[in-house]
Design a protein around this ligand. Structure first.
Ligand code: ADP
Ligand code: MG
Length: 603
């Protein structure tokens, strides 16, 4: 019997390989653009027709190829980027497999024009279905232009399989975005059916993000940077309040290579955790630089997967970096507390000097304080408390605090010094209004307090430092078996928060002590609510235990709306809020305060 095994002709082998590498026009776009990057181009132009189905052209001003290389580049496993197996662990270029051009040429009609700087003329080659059809010399600028026509012309099944032009174009824009994001120093354009969709100038990453996603991103981004011995993280995250309902703007790169990595993605989302509503997604544009030998990028032909040698380390660093950026942002440099409680003099001066259009008839009184203004029609709406205080001269400080005659004299002296003016006003017994240098701050008291308590409980859970008060008459908490075993699991954490619980029988616990914040609460109802909310958070948010408990307890014990607060209580709350790591967003993801700019206020 005859032997039956034959080697496939190259054209067939290439066509099979192409099935993996080139799935749609966007794959060809990616490969051609990456080749241009690897060639050291500083300007790369992408032109497509018919969402890439009839034509994809990539023009670069990179190093170009010699005549021989121009022919060789279409061979399979032809690459200038690695030459031996060891090179694989030190890859810095985007390509290295030498498969892309062979694959593209197997399934399309490709024209290559290329010229090195040192050559007088360029080389032009036409390759159709892996067959060189033409070769000639061509006058041209240094660089390379690939034109790919009629992709899948000889694979009708594939061609018919393509999605609508809009969908294919979205894929192209997505690849374009991924490539351009990490190369902001390079200029790019994208033209589709004669219309220029993007014109990206050379600049920095922030400018590139704005070029791609719009100039509104100027104020939405937070810089993230973290360096350690083996890992360097750099990029931007989008502020929590701009989280989107769809997972769109999530760009994660390793050594500038776009990757998908569910575990590391979780590190980022988790860092936002209690600031973003549960159905929203944070945006990010982050690059991790690692030694190429610490990763394995060779596991998937389209290369969006990467294996890390020490992925736990990367997770921890990434999480910390994002956390830090969010924390620093929320220290809110723009909210600059006004110690003297009068209006910012700089602002008054600026108003007088620079802007002739600015409210010409209003003389600026540097002592103007909107809370002290003589009666206006609006004042009727302020609550009684405030009106009483308004009429109090600063000497009559005792009246200020009403029932707070229990304050020892010493501390009153201090308070009086700091509080020459009435700085806090409660509106609707739910919101606190106060002045800061840049304007008026309107704070939701319940949300503010839940943030303060949330961070406090997190600390207590870490440091085992919750303070408890004893119950005079210990109450019994009776639960079903499930809840009883859940409570038992949570006992150590609950104790860290200040609960003192004792198991009387399998389903009953004696409540001997509660956290001091819970003074006056119904301890049984509180614990029942904690268990309920804990269960909800656990399934819906998949929060970790401590985060979950801190969040639950903070929600239960924070001051509610429609609760009257004294000046002192308001001051304490505001001070504590701005001492938090994250002052802007409550644990439930809602915005805690709004700042009304002085400038807007005057308008
Ligand atoms: P790889 O990028 O994996 O090396 P490709 O098939 O994409 O494989 O490209 C093969 C070779 O062709 C590259 O290694 C490079 O030497 C050359 N080449 C491809 N595109 C360009 C370009 N735009 N400019 C200069 N050389 C290029
Ligand atoms: Mg390549």
């Amino acid at each position: 019997m005859l032997d039956v095994i034959k080697l496939l002709p190259d054209s067939v082998a290439n066509q099979i390989a192409a099935g993996e590498v080139i799935q749609r026009p966007a794959s060809a776009v990616k490969e051609l653009m990456e080749n241009a990057l690897d060639a050291g181009a500083t300007q790369i132009d992408l032109v497509v027709k018919d969402a890439g189905k009839s034509m994809i052209m990539v023009i670069d001003n990179g190093c170009g190829m010699s005549e021989t290389d121009a022919r060789l580049c279409f061979e399979r496993h032809a690459t200038s980027k690695i030459s031996k197996a060891e090179d694989l662990i030190a890859i810095r270029t985007m390509g290295f497999r030498g498969e892309a051009l062979a694959s593209i040429a197997a399934i399309a009609q490709v024209e290559l024009k290329t010229r090195r700087k040192e050559d007088e003329v360029g080389t032009r080659i036409i390759n159709e279905g892996s067959v060189v059809k033409e070769q000639s010399l061509v006058p041209m600028q240094p660089g390379t232009t690939f034109t790919v026509k009629n992709l899948f012309f000889n694979v009708p099944a594939r061609r018919n399989f393509l999605k609508s032009p809009q969908a294919e174009m979205r894929h192209i824009v997505e690849e374009f975005t991924r490539v351009t994001l990490m190369n902001p120093e390079i200029g790019f354009t994208l033209t589709s059916d004669g219309k220029e969709l993007y014109h990206l100038y050379s600049g920095n990453l922030k400018q590139r993000i704005m070029g791609l996603f719009g100039s509104s991103y100027d104020s939405r981004l937070l810089h993230v940077r973290q360096e350690s011995e083996r890992v360097r993280i750099d990029g931007y995250i989008v502020k929590a309040e701009y989280a989107k309902k769809t997972r769109g703007e999530q760009y994660f790169f390793v050594n500038k290579r776009f990757i998908k990595h569910a575990y590391l993605h979780h590190a980022i989302e988790n860092a936002y955790m209690e600031m973003i509503p549960k159905d929203s997604f944070p945006g990010y544009f982050l690059n991790i630089e690692v030694d190429p030998s610490d990763i394995d990028i060779n596991i998937h032909p389209t290369k969006t997967e990467v294996n890390f040698l020490d992925v736990k380390l990367v997770y921890a660093i990434l999480h910390a970096a994002v956390r830090k950026a969010i924390g620093q942002h929320n220290l809110s440099p723009m909210i600059d507390f006004d110690e003297s409680a009068d209006l910012n003099n700089d602002f008054g001066a600026a108003m007088n000097l620079s802007n002739p259009l600015a409210i010409p008839n209003v003389a600026i009184d540097p002592n103007f304080n909107p809370f002290r203004k003589e009666s206006t029609p609006h004042e009727k709406h302020w609550d009684n408390d405030f009106r009483k205080e308004k009429n109090t001269s600063s000497g009559d400080w005792r009246l200020l605090y009403g029932e707070r005659t229990d304050i020892p004299n010493e501390s009153i002296g201090k308070v009086e010094e700091q509080q020459q003016e009435f700085r806090y006003l409660q509106v609707n017994q739910s919101y606190i209004v106060t002045t800061v240098k840049s304007g008026l701050l309107l704070i939701d008291q319940h949300l503010a307090h839940s943030r303060v308590l949330f961070e406090k409980y997190q600390k207590e859970l870490e440091n085992h430092s919750g303070v408890s008060q004893q119950e005079l008459f210990p109450q019994a908490l009776s639960l079903n078996m499930n809840d009883a075993s859940l409570l038992k699991e949570l006992l150590p954490e609950l104790e860290n928060l200040g609960f003192v619980l004792e198991q009387a029988n399998p389903t009953t616990f004696m409540i001997n002590g509660t956290p001091t914040d819970a003074a006056g609460c119904d301890a049984v109802a509180l614990l029942e609510k904690i268990l309920d909310n804990y269960k909800i958070n656990r399934t819906d948010l998949q929060l970790d235990r401590k985060l979950n408990l801190a969040k639950t307890l903070a929600a239960q014990l924070s001051v509610k709306e429609q609760t009257k607060l004294s000046q002192m209580e308001m001051q304490n709350l505001v001070d504590q809020l701005f001492a938090c790591n994250v002052a802007e967003i409550a644990p439930n993801g809602k915005k805690i305060y709004v700042l009304l700019n002085m400038e807007d206020f005057f308008k």
